[in-house]
Ligand binder design. Structure first.
Ligand code: GLV
Length: 335
């Protein structure tokens, strides 16, 4: 009798995803859908061959050392800053993520958040709900135009490009961007996009959207000095990761009128949110939902499931997970 691999699914997922996993594996689920305290995560992973995780679980050397059987950890997210990839490589563990399937949905949300900040949608909606709307007036909640304004993008990967496309083609926005590498000139042309230094990006953007992955290098990429370079009429939208922005510095800048407004879907230390941000009217706050449409969350969960099944050597694509992060651990290194 062959022993079936066993896997941990760290959070609640769709029933059909669990059914697909159960066709190959012994599956332990988290029906309460609460984030496991770290010690419990470590205890539950011990003896597992694979795991389906979310950005809420930190998988690092300590976790991997305590789970020597673990071969694949499949994240239901495109970002994988919750994985210590050096530890994965060292231990020959495959990490996978869910790119592509969330690109357009996330870009839609980033654009909407930017528009909400620019046009003061949340602030004015709260005012209306509080019963404070007694008359129309010429400058009530007058915001900043989006169409024709300069769209700045920090991090011009798939999602950044999808946002640029919306701005350039739908809203007639000149696009400026800063990225580790420059795009091919043909893509720049199609996106009406110009590569600029980070300083120029900060100084010239009317609406700056952050889509850069989180890493020690991008920690507080936007802090007090950077905010100080922005136009007082500008908006800042963060759909990247908490930690890319210094939230305390942003709250101070918003309160001081150093920039007009912000839209934030991600936060340092989330799900906690800096209380200084909670008290400000000119910031739209959402709970990390940029990829949250049912269709996209289903696509992400199924892609993560494909990765786990194939990564553990099962199913029609055994050994060839569709979106590995460190495929180098899949094949033996040449001598
Ligand atoms: C969400 O933040 C993701 O990385 O998919």
């Amino acid at each position: 009798m062959t022993i079936r691999p066993s896997v941990l699914v760290t959070r609640a997922v769709f029933d059909d995803v669990l059914e697909r996993l159960r066709a190959h594996f012994d599956v332990e689920t988290n029906d309460r859908d609460e984030v496991y305290p770290r010690a419990e995560l470590i205890a539950r992973l011990a003896g597992k061959d694979g795991a389906l995780t979310t950005g809420s679980e930190r998988i690092d050397e300590e976790v991997l050392a305590a789970s020597p059987r673990l071969r694949v950890v499949s994240n239901i997210a495109v970002g994988y800053n919750n994985f210590d990839m050096a530890a994965f490589d060292k231990r020959g563990v495959l990490g996978t993520n869910t790119p592509d399937v969330l690109t357009e949905t996330t870009a839609d949300f980033g654009f909407a958040l930017m528009m909400s900040a620019a046009r003061r949608m949340a602030e004015s909606e709260h005012f209306l709900r509080r019963g404070e709307w007694t008359k129309w007036s010429l400058t009530m909640f007058a915001g900043t135009d989006v169409h024709g304004a300069t769209l700045g993008i920090l991090g011009m990967g798939r999602i950044g490009q999808a946002i640029a496309r919306r701005g350039a083609l739908g809203f007639g926005m000149p696009v400026i961007y800063h990225n580790r590498s420059r795009l091919d000139p043909s893509i720049e042309k199609a996106l009406n996009a110009r590569y600029v230094s980070k300083t120029e990006l900060l100084q010239q953007a009317d609406h700056l959207v952050l889509v850069v992955p989180y890493s020690p290098a991008s920690h507080h990429a936007i802090g007090a000095p950077e905010l100080g370079l922005m136009k007082p009429s500008a908006t800042l939208t963060n759909i990247a990761r908490g930690g890319v922005v210094d939230d305390a510095a942003l709250a101070r800048a918003l309160a001081a009128g150093q920039l007009a407004a912000a839209g934030l879907d991600v936060f340092e230390g989330e799900p906690s949110v800096n209380p200084a941000l909670l008290g400000l009217p000119n910031v739209v706050l959402t709970p990390h939902i940029a990829s949250a449409t049912l269709a996209t969350r289903r696509a992400m969960a199924h892609l993560a499931c494909d990765n786990l099944i194939a990564g553990l050597g099962c199913g029609p694509h055994a050994g060839q997970p569709p979106t590995p992060i460190n495929p180098r651990v899949l094949s033996p290194r040449p001598d």
